[in-house]
Design a binder for this molecule. Sequence first.
Ligand code: NAD
Ligand code: UFG
Length: 347
Amino acid sequence: MATLKDGSTKVLLTGGTGYIGSHTAVTLLEAGHDVVLVDNLSNSKPVVVDRLEAITGRRPVFHEGDLTDKAFISEVMQNEAPDAVVHFAGLKAVGESVEEPLRYYETNLVSTFNLCNAMIDAAVHQLVFSSSATVYGIPEQVPMREDDSITTATNPYGSTKLYIEQILTDLAHARPEMRIALLRYFNPAGAHESGTIGEDPNGIPNNLLPYITQVAVGRRQELTVNGDDYPTPDGTCIRDYIHVTDLAEGHSAALSHLAEHAGLHTYNLGTGNGSSVLEVVRAFERATNMHIPYQVGPRRAGDIDASFTDPAKAARELGWTAEKDLLDICRDAWRWQQQNPQGYEDD
Ligand code: NAD
Ligand code: UFG
């Protein structure tokens, strides 16, 4: 990374109080970087900033505001003049994106336009973008590789990721001074080992791990397994669950890579290991000594049978591989849920 006089770097995180942003903030603060968080708090809580300070002993700067407000992000960018930006902010609920496509396209695309224009105006040239394995749509093969085709998405949320990848690719071509990393996350899960920051979904969780931890803590009666008639060994869908602190390290590795390499770089961030829904349930039971009651329900619309990465490119070029396994994910997700039964509402 480009460095400040004292050897550190200032990194601005949009969506920085959110789930993945907050864990990345810990990694960067602990590595000695200055961290600036920007978030409109539409899906996160301000208490996250206190928790980051408690974990790291350093308080990140926080600007509350909306990236769709051009004047707001321009002013923050001019005043903070960071060395690099990681762009997490956006709406991410797949089902909601089907119900409200315009809100999803508008928020995710306009935010990115405003951010990129603000960066260009302030001569900030390094950008890491939160993309998703969802850009592979129905994958042509597993494991998925970065050069697989990404021409269709199965929902408007996924389309916003595809379009933003295309926009950033065009920007990198048009402006050789821009250095951009597109990080395609597989299934982020788990929490910081302190149990003080974690994933805090609104309402009924869509994702598997938060649903399981809410069953374990007594907020939900039982898990519904969405179909057991897929062409997989136990009939349930296979995903590549990656510990959120490993993912945070992946961002740090991508920032270091951008400091040394011009142009556009695309990486899948996952473990390379696929686990079925029932394997996750069993791993959680093993990690926590708890019983997770479940029933098998119908398939969920839009689910693909298997998704996991070939992690070779990130290992080769970034020197990054995921270190934690499914048991670590389950243990840490449970510690977070146990210490915060109602999420950040407990504070
Ligand atoms: P999150 O909702 O916890 O974090 C996103 C943050 O952005 C939230 O704090 C929210 O308040 C903020 N935000 C939303 N719209 C904003 C706006 N217009 N202006 C300012 N702030 C805004 O989500 P996350 O799980 O941390 O995901 C971070 C990024 O990673 C997202 O772009 C998401 O699409 C992507 N991603 C997430 C997953 C996943 O499973 N969690 C998988 C693949 C990709
Ligand atoms: N599942 C259940 N019961 C539940 C919740 C989930 O059986 O209560 C199953 C799903 O049907 C799926 C698997 O658990 O088979 C994983 O589901 P998640 O919702 O946790 O993860 P997805 O892979 O479906 O989706 C995630 C992100 C999306 C992103 C996608 C691809 O949530 O935002 O990965 O990157 F688009």
